[in-house]
Design a protein. Structure first.
Length: 358
């Protein structure tokens, strides 16, 4: 795809049936680990400023190409869709949240590739104009363009693979984060402002940040393992059960991911309320606690940015209805399920969430 970067500015128009089309066909049955993102998403995001593990800064010379996404900075601002003109809502702040399938401390290494996979990927959309927050949860198996490197960090350009692997090919540090961000930007055709990436070891810390989250249990998925987690029960999740509440599913049961998504949505919706209350009186203390999480958190968010996000979070409304998952088709791949987004449906979703009619 040598013409990849030059096409970005135009993919809403005559390239709709090349890049836009292919990418677009590829997000839809977001049903898999979709909202695993959502869950932590908010937590991490709104909580905000984490210390990016910047080790090996010298490697950044390799990832200049990951900044390719800036090619779109002009092209995304206006678009024509179904005969109408739209402009990008510049009062939106986007934060990419990803949860990795690893537990070891996160740090960059000299050797590229074979890093953790992003199990859940979400875009948190903070809209200052409409005063609302939305979460766009992307299926990690979405087939889309991601960047590859040799083991020594030489850029090999992009090719089509699972979205979750965009992190894996990098250095396990900033390069991996930037590559995942680039893949999401190109898939959606919009810029991502900040990112926050955590792994499984962060879950109890994120839960503790708000003193444990009280939820109304939406289903009986975990009732046999945890007698207290029956449908309708009101339970405050703690270190003993929060990981399973958010992550467990019975892989032997078809569609078990749907039950997990219900649990995650219940969690995130309750979490945001609690976090808002805490940020209202203790935003500095929250920042201090987040700063202790740097083994399990990588982020572009600085303390100043965190304070402005915390301030914005207090002003936006968010409810269960503000989750979105692109539609598409699942197919069995050689190694993993593959998910192909419905191009037209994704375009419509992007227009609805990020644009305003002129």
């Amino acid at each position: 795809m040598s013409s990849h970067s030059s096409e970005k500015g135009h993919h809403h128009h005559h390239h709709r049936h090349s890049i836009w089309y292919r990418m677009h066909r590829w997000i839809r049955h977001n049903k898999k680990f979709a909202v695993a993102a959502a869950l932590l998403c908010v937590a991490v995001l709104s909580a905000g400023g984490f210390f990016l593990l910047y080790s090996h800064k010298e490697q950044s010379r390799f990832h200049v190409t990951a900044g390719n996404s800036v090619d779109m900075k002009g092209g995304y601002r206006t678009l024509t869709y179904q005969g109408k003109e739209y402009q990008y809502n510049s009062l939106i702040t986007t934060v990419l949240y990803a949860g990795l399938d690893s537990t070891d401390p996160l740090k960059a290494s000299e050797t590229y590739s074979n890093k953790a996979r992003a199990d859940s990927v979400s875009v948190v959309i903070l809209d200052k104009k409409k005063k609302k927050m939305s979460i766009l949860a992307l299926n990690r198996d979405t087939m889309t363009e991601i960047r590859r490197y040799t083991r020594t960090g030489e850029d090999m350009g992009t090719y089509v693979s699972h979205l979750g692997y965009a992190y894996s090919y990098g250095d396990g540090g900033e390069v991996s984060c930037e590559d995942l961000k680039e893949a999401v930007e190109n898939l959606l055709g919009i810029p991502i402002d900040e990112y926050a990436v955590t792994n499984q070891s962060s879950i109890t810390s994120i839960n503790d940040l708000v003193g444990g989250v009280t939820v109304t249990v939406p289903n009986d998925d975990l009732a046999s393992m945890y007698p207290e987690l029956k449908t309708g029960a009101v339970v405050t999740l703690d270190d003993s059960n929060v990981k399973d509440f958010l992550q467990h599913r019975d892989t032997a049961v078809d569609f078990s991911n749907e039950g997990r998504i219900e649990r995650q949505q219940a969690y995130v919706t309750a979490y945001v309320d609690l976090l808002k209350k805490r940020l209202n009186s203790e935003s500095d203390q929250v920042w201090q606690e987040i700063s202790q999480m740097d083994d399990y958190l990588q982020t572009s968010i600085t303390k100043n940015k965190y304070l402005s996000l915390a301030n914005l979070l207090e002003k936006v409304s968010f409810s269960d209805a503000d989750y979105y998952r692109p539609t598409g088709e699942d197919s069995l791949g050689e190694l993993h399920d593959e998910f192909y987004v419905d191009e037209d449906a994704l375009q419509q979703l992007v227009v609805d969430l990020f644009y305003e009619e002129i």
